[in-house]
Each structure stands twice: as structure tokens, then as C-alpha cells.
Design a protein around this ligand. Structure first.
Ligand SMILES: [Zn+2]
Ligand SMILES: [Zn+2]
Length: 374
């Protein structure tokens, strides 16, 4: 195997170093000497949200994973925001990301493999030409070749990037009579933070957090990261259920990307939102707890009857869980189609309530056992 490292990518290095210096050194110096106002802060928040959501809702959940369908207007907005965020074209980004999911943690096939450490998965993979051989190979994105907005953005990516990154901050600077200040805050600081918060999903979200649903890959669920990444921090769930338009599945999970997609569906900008059946999610969560308990019991050299008892409790839980979700589904279908008589319906409701009660009891039993062993 050759030990020679691939050549450095000087353009990428220039962008990362320049935005770092402008954001961390020049902007505080400028703020101290000339002052910055509310307008800078408000436009920073708008531009930061616009670029990051274009990546999370557009590049990631729409184009890479096809978790929903979007109208041409919404796709156009995401294409502009994606160029503004300077993370390559949607086609290129999606191609890399599909390889990441397909070969997650593989040293060479995963383009930003966390198995190669924090630095490599965060930014190192973009500083050298590691993917020289496959750079323009978009075989895994044939579907995106039919999306004319993706093709248009890919073709005009460089001019779009220059126009958005210089044009928007300068135009705001003219309006608010502070071209340098707006260029620094909405241009450099926004780009620097937008880059690194997105990069955290490839680095920290594979290192720091809980493995709630699977430990077959390094992806983690992390509420703190979700806050800085517009909901992408629930990465363990995402790697197991990548076709789900949500990353944070509980209502209290902070996932603005999911809320944006849902809101777009209400006004006709998005449709066919895909979700994972709740039963499948709950099964995976319980199976992971059983697996963790097994590991702990093995390490303790515990008596085999304990393991058998836990397995039996797990089987009972899954059985009652399946009954509950089946009856819920049946109830909803009947309500929707209005095919059954009202007395039949009340029987179904009664049965459903019984199953719900059984499932709640089983869940409590399971949780108290798992607290002891997992
Ligand atoms: Zn993904
Ligand atoms: Zn990942």
C-alpha cells in the first residue's frame, strides 16, 4: 500500500482558513473599533438559518434521502441556500452522503469516516484529494440527474456561490450603510459557523452521545448537537431509519428541520412525507436495551437464568406492543373509511383500550427490569 498522501486541496484550505481568520480575529477587532448593531445580528440569524436549513431539509433529507417530495419553488430556494452555504453542489453532496450511509465507518469507502478520528471526519477529508478517483462519479445519484433544479445548481454552482456569498452581504451592507460589517458578520462569521455546525454531524455526532437504536455503527443521538444543527443531532436514529423525514421523533425533540418540512406540507410546498412505523421504532429501542443488558450481564458473569428471564420479558413486551399498534392501526383505518357500525366501533375502542393498558403495564415491568441490568 502506498504511504504517499493525496495532494492538498488549496482552494478548500484557502476558504476554511480565510473564513476562520475573518470570523475569529477580524470581526471581533472590527466590532470593538467600529461597533455592530441589531441589524447585523438579525441578518446573521436569518442567513445562518437559511443556509443550514437548505443543507438539512434540502441537501440532506430531500435530495440525499428522498424522505419527501418538494415543489420546484422550495427546491429552488434550497439550491440557492445550498450554494450560499458553500458545501459543494447538491448533487456532489448527496453522492458523498449516500456513500457515507452505505459504507458507514469504513476506512476508505466512507468519505468522512469517523473511524479515522475527529479531525478527518470533521474537516480533514476535505483538505486533501482523498476521493480523487471517484470525485465526479455520480452513479449513486441517477435519480437526481432527472431533477432539473439539481442539474442547474450543479452547472452554475461557482457563479451561484460567488453571487450569494458576496452579493447578499454587500447588498445588506449598502442598505444598512456598513458594507464591511455586514460582509464580516453575514458573510464570514455566518459561513464559518454554518460550515462547522454542519461538519459536527460527521464528526461529533459519530463520537458523542447515546446509541439509542443500534450499536452497529458509530452514529449517536445527542440533544445538544441537535440544538446547533437544526435537529440533525439525533443521528443514531437517522442512520437506522434514513428514509424518515424526521430525525428527532419524539414531540419534545428539537428538530426545526422536521417542523419546517411539516409546515411546508401544510402550504403545499412539500408532500409524501415518509415516516417509520412506530412499532418498528419501539422494537428497535427495546432490542437495543436488551442487547445492552446482555453485555452488562456477560461482563458481570451473571447467572444464565437472569438472561432468560429478561429475554422472556422482552418477548412479552414485543407481543403486547405489536397487539397495541395493530389495534391502533385498525382503529384509525376504520375511523377513516367509516365502514363499521357504531356498536362494532365501540367494541374496537374497548379492545384497543385494554391492549393499551396491557402494553403500559408490560412497559413498566420492562423498564424496571432494564433499569437494573442495562
Ligand atoms: Zn443522512
Ligand atoms: Zn453519519
Amino acid at each position: 500500500m502506498s504511504t504517499q498522501r493525496p495532494p492538498l486541496l488549496w482552494l478548500n484550505i484557502f476558504v476554511f482558513v480565510t473564513s476562520l481568520v475573518l470570523a475569529v480575529i477580524v470581526t471581533p477587532w472590527y466590532a470593538y473599533n467600529y461597533g455592530l448593531g441589531w441589524a447585523h445580528l438579525v441578518w446573521f440569524i436569518i442567513a445562518f438559518s437559511f443556509t443550514n436549513l437548505s443543507i438539512t431539509a434540502g441537501y440532506h433529507r430531500l435530495w440525499s434521502h428522498k424522505t419527501y417530495q418538494a415543489s420546484p419553488l422550495l427546491r429552488g430556494i434550497f439550491a440557492i441556500g445550498g450554494a450560499f452555504s458553500m458545501q459543494n453542489s447538491a448533487l456532489h453532496w448527496s453522492s458523498d452522503h449516500r456513500e457515507h450511509h452505505k459504507h458507514v465507518d469504513h476506512d476508505t469507502k466512507d468519505p468522512y469516516s469517523a473511524s479515522r478520528g475527529f479531525w478527518y471526519s470533521h474537516i480533514g477529508w476535505m483538505l486533501r484529494d482523498y476521493n480523487q478517483a471517484t470525485y465526479s462519479d455520480y452513479k449513486n445519484c441517477r435519480d437526481l440527474k432527472k431533477d432539473n433544479i439539481v442539474q442547474w445548481q450543479h452547472k452554475y454552482y461557482v457563479p451561484l456561490t460567488l453571487v450569494t456569498n458576496f452579493g447578499i452581504p454587500i447588498a445588506l451592507g449598502v442598505i444598512h450603510q456598513d458594507i464591511i460589517g455586514m460582509f464580516l458578520v453575514v458573510g464570514a462569521v455566518r459561513l464559518f459557523l454554518s460550515h462547522h455546525t454542519t461538519f459536527f454531524i460527521n464528526s461529533l455526532a459519530h463520537i458523542w452521545g447515546k446509541q439509542t437504536f443500534t450499536d452497529k455503527n458509530s452514529a449517536r443521538d445527542n440533544g445538544v448537537l441537535a440544538f446547533f444543527t437544526f435537529g440533525e443531532g439525533y443521528h443514531n436514529f437517522h442512520h437506522l431509519f434514513e428514509n424518515d423525514y424526521r430525525n428527532g421523533i419524539d414531540w419534545w425533540h428539537y428538530d426545526p428541520t422536521k417542523w419546517l418540512i411539516k409546515a411546508c406540507s401544510w402550504v403545499g410546498l412539500a408532500e409524501k412525507l415518509r415516516t417509520t412505523p412506530q412499532l418498528k421504532i419501539e422494537k428497535a429501542r427495546a432490542a437495543m436495551l436488551l442487547h445492552k443488558a446482555h453485555l452488562k450481564l456477560n461482563a458481570m458473569d451473571a447467572c444464565p437464568t437472569l438472561k432468560t428471564k429478561l429475554e422472556q420479558e422482552f418477548d412479552t413486551l414485543i407481543a403486547s406492543m405489536s397487539d397495541y399498534y395493530d389495534s391502533k392501526k385498525q382503529l384509525l383505518q376504520n375511523k377513516k373509511q367509516q365502514v363499521v357500525e357504531s356498536y362494532e366501533m365501540s367494541l374496537l375502542v374497548l379492545r384497543h383500550q385494554q391492549l393499551k393498558q396491557q402494553f403500559e403495564i408490560q412497559k413498566q415491568l420492562w423498564q424496571s427490569s432494564i433499569k437494573r441490568y442495562a
